[in-house]
Design a protein around this ligand. Sequence first.
Ligand SMILES: [Cu+2]
Length: 115
Amino acid sequence: MRRPTLSLLLLLLATREAAAHAFLDHAEPRVGNKVASPPREVTLWFTQKLEPAFSTVTVTGPAGQRVDTGKARVSGNQMSVALKPGGTGAYHVNWRVLSVDTHTTDGSFSFLVGQ
Ligand SMILES: [Cu+2]
């Protein structure tokens, strides 16, 4: 019987480990998309459940100003934050989350508001 090599086993373990982190699955508004009017909130869905106390998201508007209201709401694998009106242009979302497997991940994306 042929047995898997050690390197193959390590590769499988590494792949499983990486897949266990909380990465951004999708967001609303969608990553890189354009929406007609300023959204009232941003919601992010992750690939794993989040620890609410250590998961944050900030959003800046076209002028570089903070437009999130500060306190993110976390429920399961979902995190939302309400937005103040910020006008048209590019919005930047920065997130940093702790998943239930105790790993921290972070990332950012943009979406556009305008006609
Ligand atoms: Cu992990």
